[in-house]
Design a protein around this ligand. Sequence first.
Ligand code: 5GP
Ligand code: ZN
Length: 114
Amino acid sequence: MSADCLFCKIVEGKIPAKRIFEDELSLCFADINPQAPTHLLIIPKVHIASTAQAEQEHAPLLGHMVAKAAELARGAGLDGGYRIVINTGVDGGQTVDHLHLHLLGGRHMTWPPG
Ligand code: 5GP
Ligand code: ZN
């Protein structure tokens, strides 16, 4: 855990969130400022600042999170598709420095992203 990290505080229950799912490795909660009808965040319970800090040892955890996102997307009925996004660093538009996967769906997505 990182003392000053918002998402670590959500993991610990010190800051409330609309928790959708959790297991020993990961937590899923609703984004506070949704950009699509479905906008969930999936985070590792351990503090990893971003994919810039990801190592091979994190591969099972990251794979688990992607598989969970797919499960949650099926549960949310996103049968027409959806988008999984991981913003990384300043240029990537990351604003919370705890690695997180956005699951966005329920509307048509455009490309390229902004
Ligand atoms: P990033 O820009 O780092 O990829 O995404 C951070 C996301 O976290 C944003 O979509 C933002 O709306 C969401 N967020 C920021 N603070 C909170 C919070 O306190 N609670 C929840 N549920 N989401 C948050
Ligand atoms: Zn953290």
